[in-house]
Design a protein around this ligand. Structure first.
Ligand SMILES: [Ca+2]
Length: 350
């Protein structure tokens, strides 16, 4: 465990990875909307403005902007050219150029890899279908009707906060979603947060994970994460590896997670470009955009010997819910999840 002083309190990182059991194969005719794979992969976006000038066009796909340039609106003219391929391939959306949603909301489930509104599952109980549930140290997961963004149900996750590491995750693992085109996970969930830690505690609500790429013989797994830390409620991006202690990199924002309301969160975990993006209610938060390494003023790696690069795993799972690494409670409801190879957008206001 390493400690680091920052304004507002002492941060004690302890980013534990507790991987679930082996990746499973799942049916492609799942009733909850998993689409089969197929279609050729779209070609990588070439060109575009690396400086992120507004409106600059690439010849295809979306260009790579620098961290914090999410407002640039760089959009390759051919960004969705691969859509005809459908399935898991065919689209290479750089994501970072889309500062806000384009046009009116559309139903991403018409083409998405996976959608779930949790309304087909019995409450209370674990969500069914492809979902796996993972809890630890008092964490709970249950389909619930207390707060729901669509239909009767959402998934309720709680961590009581008494232990330094607690977990309440649901996950999608392995086929047919993973491996995913361009090793890039786009996703969206609606989240209703009612409890966060009262002080500086690192927690996670979105985690993409998998085995580490070749070239890192001492590391087995890595994760890209979004969650929070400062004041317990400020959103943060995190990178960590297994076994622990070798990296643990953070990029912190001052943006608080909205409380006691439904929020739309979208993310991009790009394992080809080593980039992360996060959108809140359709608008990108530039402070949470990572471009290979954290913005120095907003974060660093707990292990100073690490290169600083957020070296990606080969993604094999996406986990949603709540996990923390110091004592402090967490409680949220999750609904209307979309996993895709392009940015899903937010649902229409009910
Ligand atoms: Ca629902």
């Amino acid at each position: 465990m390493a400690g680091k002083m920052i304004p507002g309190g002492s941060i004690s990182f302890f980013c534990v990875l507790a991987f679930a059991s082996a990746v499973s194969n799942c049916s492609t005719d799942d009733p909850n909307g998993v689409r089969g794979s197929g279609g050729a992969s779209g070609s990588r976006g070439a060109g575009g403005s690396s400086a992120g000038a507004p409106g600059a066009s690439g010849s295809g796909g979306v260009s790579v902007g620098s961290a914090g340039s999410g407002q640039a609106g760089v959009s390759g003219a051919g960004g969705d050219a691969g859509q005809a391929g459908a399935g898991t391939g065919g689209v290479r959306d750089g994501g970072n150029g889309d500062a806000t949603n384009d046009g009116p909301p559309v139903d991403p489930c018409a083409t998405a890899l996976y959608c779930d509104n949790f309304d087909s599952y019995a409450a209370p109980g674990n969500p069914g279908g492809m979902w796996r549930t993972s809890v630890q140290a008092g964490g709970t997961v249950s389909v619930d009707t207390t707060h729901a963004r669509s239909g009767p149900n959402a998934v309720h996750v709680t961590n009581p906060g008494g232990a330094a590491f607690e977990r309440a995750f649901i996950s999608l693992e392995g086929a047919p979603i993973f491996p995913i085109a361009h090793n890039t996970i786009f996703g969206r969930m609606m989240i209703y947060v009612t409890r966060v830690p009262a002080n500086t505690v690192h927690w996670t609500m979105i985690q993409g994970e998998g085995t580490m790429v070749a070239g890192f013989p001492t590391i087995t797994d890595a994760v890209y994460r979004y969650g929070g830390q400062i004041n317990g409620n400020r959103l943060m991006a995190n990178y960590d590896t297994v076994p622990g202690g070798q990296s643990d990199c953070a990029q912190r924002s001052q943006v608080p997670v909205p409380m006691n309301t439904w929020s739309c969160v979208e993310w991009r975990f790009d394992g080809e470009l080593k980039e992360l993006d996060f959108w809140l209610d359709g608008t990108i938060i530039p402070a949470l955009s990572v471009r290979q390494i954290a913005v120095p003023a907003a974060g660093a790696c707990q292990n100073p010997n690490w290169s600083g690069v957020w070296e990606p795993p080969t993604f094999q799972a996406i986990r949603l819910g709540w996990q923390h690494y110091q004592q402090g409670p967490g409680e949220a409801w999750i609904d209307d999840v979309v996993i895709d190879t392009k940015r899903p957008g937010c649902p229409a206001t009910p």
